[in-house]
Design a protein around this ligand. Structure first.
Ligand code: GLN
Length: 487
């Protein structure tokens, strides 16, 4: 295998044994990017100079004979929603063009301290609003398995880059499915941690009560390593929780005997793709053969999830995005006569169509006279959904479902139909509303050769059991070893 195809754990061994230098690894990745990036278009910006500086620092340490950590010298990509000191951060939006943060997000700071190398900033749907990365204000990222297809979204750049071996791993964010759905579309592993597990400080806010940062990787072991690298309490984020971070690698055991797995009947919805249903059923059978106990369960409020989510996330977005007024960040319109016009022209020119749609919807559901009917009602139903999960988890340790109702669709297929687009996340959204962790990993391919993802949900702060089930499944299959036909 060539360097760019390796995983974090494989590369770590080579670096520690001095069989390769961090500089060589970084060069190998940039070479790979040069070869395939024209087709995939995953990166918004490459940060070569900084990457080589980070690599040289790691190499010096290795030459001095010092031991290196598991993430040290590993080149990864970053979703362009995380603030990086001195490096432009656009959140996929023209309104943030030219915005250079003067501080690092906590996740970035943690990874820097661990010696991780940052290759560049990855494309995404504008402000993380979307399921296909077609809402990016800059470019359309393509699915490495079929360049005519979307990579999923909103972390589409991150998932496509990992699948195309343009980085060893990546960091994404997930508000309603934005790590898991693109991971599913691109045939890689993605995990949304428990709300509060990873700091949101320096993560550009979309819907603050739902947003979480998480890993996108080539296999489950890498997922455990990267999760460990970014998790933990942060006094700068009042919603981060002060619970000890376990050694996630200790959960990587190929044994799920006696684990109770719930299959919620509401998730096998009408209109689900036949290939998805078949692969997921096959996966459930395999989990059962591996010794897990499969139980049918019910999460009765599931049918309300999409409606609840699109009330709450738009409400939060309308408030969070009020700060982009042309004064404090990035872009300002050139055409205005007075202050008010400057604000409105900046927002009219800077925001894309989907972002405007959500600001308008969110402002409406929060407005006097409608608040009770929409925002308050949605918050109440959210509580009922959390209760559904709480009850289900009295009976089972994890819940298994498909990640998305279909494999990756074609570019352009759903852009004109927001409702169809919103339905891509019907199976991932409940997890964010409940604040629980969930992982997606490859569990098969469609007849057209597109990856299919299996979603494993766990109890609050029980990422460990999710990883254990995922690892057991992965080690009994070879889907994660398949590579897209891109050269
Ligand atoms: N696709 C969903 C949305 O458009 C989820 C996005 C996300 O998780 N950031 O809101």
């Amino acid at each position: 295998m060539t360097i760019h195809e390796l995983t974090i754990h494989q590369l770590h061994d080579l670096l520690a044994k001095k069989e390769v230098t961090a500089r060589e690894v970084t060069e190998a990745l940039y070479n790979r990017i040069r070869v395939v990036e024209g087709q995939v278009q995953a990166y918004l910006m490459l940060t070569e100079e900084e990457a080589y500086r980070q690599a040289d620092a790691v190499d010096q340490k290795i030459r001095r004979g010092e031991a290196i950590g598991e993430l040290e010298g590993i080149p990864i990509g970053l979703k362009d929603i995380l603030c990086t000191e001195g490096i432009q951060t656009t959140c996929g939006s023209k309104i943030l063009k030219g915005y250079i943060p003067f501080y690092d997000a906590t996740v970035i700071k943690k990874l820097k301290e661990k010696g991780t190398i940052f290759l560049g900033k990855l494309n995404m749907d504008e402000f993380a609003m979307g399921s296909s990365t077609e809402n990016s204000g800059f470019q359309i990222t393509r699915n490495p398995w079929d360049l005519k297809c979307i990579p999923g979204g909103s972390s589409g750049g991150s998932a496509a880059a990992v699948a195309a071996d343009e980085c060893i791993a990546a960091v994404g964010t997930d508000t309603g499915g934005s790590i898991r759905q693109p991971a599913s579309c691109c045939g890689v592993v993605g995990l949304k941690p428990t709300y509060g597990r990873v700091s949101r400080y320096g993560l550009i806010a979309f819907a603050s009560s739902l947003d979480q940062v998480g890993p996108i990787t080539k296999d489950v072991e890498d997922c455990a390593i990267l999760l460990g690298g970014i998790s933990g309490f942060d006094p700068m984020d009042s919603t981060s929780v002060n619970i000890e971070v376990p050694d996630y690698k200790s959960f990587l055991i190929k044994n799920i005997k006696g684990i109770r797995i719930g299959i919620p009947k509401e998730y096998f919805i009408e209109g689900m793709d036949e290939d998805v249903e078949k692969s997921v059923q096959g996966a459930i059978d395999l989990l059962s053969q591996s010794g897990a106990e499969i139980r049918s369960i019910s999460l009765p409020h599931t049918p309300y999830a999409v409606a609840v989510y699109y009330i709450l996330c738009t409400a939060e977005a309308s408030s969070n995005l009020a700060r982009y007024d042309g004064v404090k960040y990035g872009f300002r319109s050139n055409h205005y006569d007075d202050l008010l016009e400057m604000y409105s022209r900046t927002r009219a020119e800077g925001f894309g169509k989907e972002v405007k749609r959500r600001i308008i919807l969110g402002t409406y559901v929060l407005s006097a006279g409608y608040y009770d009917a929409y925002y308050r009602k949605a918050s109440q139903v959210r509580t009922l959904m959390r209760e559904d999960f709480r009850k289900a988890f009295e009976e089972v340790e994890v819940i298994v479902t498909p990640t998305a109702p279909t494999p990756a669709f074609q570019i352009g297929e759903k852009v004109e139909d927001p409702l169809q687009m919103y339905l891509s996340d019907i199976l991932t959204i409940p997890v964010n509303l409940a604040g629980i962790p969930a992982l997606s990993l490859p569990c098969g391919f469609s007849r057209k050769g597109l990856p299919i993802g299996l979603q494993i949900m766990g109890k609050h702060f029980d990422e460990g059991t999710v990883l254990r089930v995922a690892y057991t499944f992965e080690q009994s299959t070879d889907y994660h070893l398949k590579k897209p036909p891109i050269t």
